[in-house]
Design a protein around this ligand. Structure first.
Ligand code: PLP
Length: 399
């Protein structure tokens, strides 16, 4: 496995730390000690009996702690090179809990093109409670510095960003925040721990929508915070159990099972995305393709420095807006649906789906126009995907 420039901080204790693919395939515990079960049991119990007063099995009530969820949290903590992991019912639940670290009056610098649901949560809800946000093209570090205020407590980024595939310098943002006692939060959903470990580059909190690559099969929702900050763990854990958006035992098991094959899936997603990105770039109906794996991508070198790959996400502008509805209607193998990161290829229209909550002027400034399509490339045969797009584009030509 290729190492990035960022220093790996692997699990402690073992003389020889396990590789990431081993950790993902086998989980933190390898097997369940009581029965020897190889697959982590689904502890479908809301509550746990105490042996006596002042005695505990380590488990009390499943909103706070559950053995299946705990195995998942331990496994993802190892995979992201973190000390702690907290599992939530959704990615939004995780982001909302992370933002609870701050208080009214605090200011956060946020990537200008990020998941629309995160925009809505910050702007429509936390904005109302006295938090302020600056929406910045964080791939331009000067703009990040310019947005700093005395009350800036954190930077929140997605890198690569959603959907414009801009790459932000994790180490530079972390250093900027650490100089003033602030935090860097990185939503690592797009690359997954297989391709990028932001904690190694200095990030304080890593966030995941496990609904995407971690789960990987479009069958469950989940969200995570991973970190190594002893000083933040208690507060985050309190937010998790107080708000109650914790991940259920069954969903925890689905994500654990999904994560076993994360490396295999990511490699295939990436291989397919590369083929499709180059093919789309040569297509007469496509104006421009956004893909971090292009050598002429403005942050190609930075990607190579802080990531181990380019992932499976592509977005592109069509030349003609008339092709938008026909493409969405005529794809058949590729499904017109929101979400990403599953084995099935999905095509999304960010304007009305993932980014519908963002005001027009801001959306356009970020590059999300009415001809932008986003493709989450699955693990099917790439020739079948190309054939599907070819057919769909052809059907659009009515003469
Ligand atoms: C989907 C997504 C989220 C939200 O996650 P949910 O599991 O849908 O709540 C957050 N960030 C990114 C980058 C996403 O793609």
């Amino acid at each position: 496995m290729k190492d990035t420039n960022c220093k790996p901080v692997r699990g402690t204790g073992n003389s020889r730390p396990l590789s990431l693919d081993t950790v993902l395939a086998r989980g933190a515990d390898f097997f369940e000690p009581q029965t020897g079960a190889v697959s982590t049991p689904i502890y479908q119990s809301a509550t746990f009996r105490h042996p006596g007063l002042g005695e505990t099995t380590g488990f009390d009530y499943s909103r706070c702690i559950n053995p299946t969820r705990q195995e998942l949290e331990k496994t993802l903590a190892l995979a992201e090179h973190g000390k702690y992991c907290l599992a939530f019912a959704t990615g939004m639940g995780a982001i909302s809990a992370a933002i609870k670290l701050y208080k009214p009056g605090d200011h956060l610098i946020v990537s200008e093109d990020l998941y629309g649901g995160t925009y809505r949560l910050f702007n429509d809800y936390y904005g109302r409670y006295g938090f302020s946000f600056s929406w910045v093209d964080t791939s331009d570090f000067k703009k990040v510095e310019e947005a700093l205020r005395p009350e800036t407590k954190a930077i929140f980024i997605e890198t690569p960003s959603n959907p414009m595939m801009k790459v932000t310098d994790i180490a530079a943002c972390a250093e900027l925040m650490h100089r003033r006692g602030g935090h860097l939060l990185v939503d690592n959903t797009f690359l997954s721990p297989w391709l990028q470990n932001p904690l190694d580059c200095g990030a304080d909190l890593v966030i995941h929508s496990g609904t995407k690559y971690l789960g990987g099969h479009n069958d469950t929702l989940s969200g995570f915070i991973v970190h190594s900050r002893d000083d933040l763990e208690e507060e985050l854990r309190n937010a998790q159990k107080s708000e109650g958006a914790t991940l259920s035992p069954f969903d925890s098991w689905l994500v654990l099972r999904g994560m076993k094959t994360l490396p295999l899936r990511m490699e295939k997603h990436e291989k397919n995305a590369k083929i499709l990105a180059h093919w789309l770039r040569g297509h007469e109906k496509v104006e421009r393709v956004f893909y971090t794996g292009f050598e002429d991508h403005p942050q190609y070198k930075l990607s190579q420095k802080q990531s181990r790959g380019f992932g499976g996400m592509i977005s592109f502008y069509l030349k003609d807006i008339a092709d938008v509805p026909s493409l969405l209607k005529n794809v058949s193998l590729i499904l017109f649906a929101e979400s990403l990161g599953g084995v099935e290829s999905l095509i999304t229209y960010p304007l009305v789906q993932t980014h519908g909550a963002i005001p027009e002027a801001m959306r356009l400034q970020a590059g999300v126009n009415d001809r932008l399509m986003r493709l989450s490339v699955g693990i099917e045969d790439p020739d079948d995907l190309v054939a599907d797009l070819t057919e769909a584009f052809k059907k659009g030509i009515k003469k």
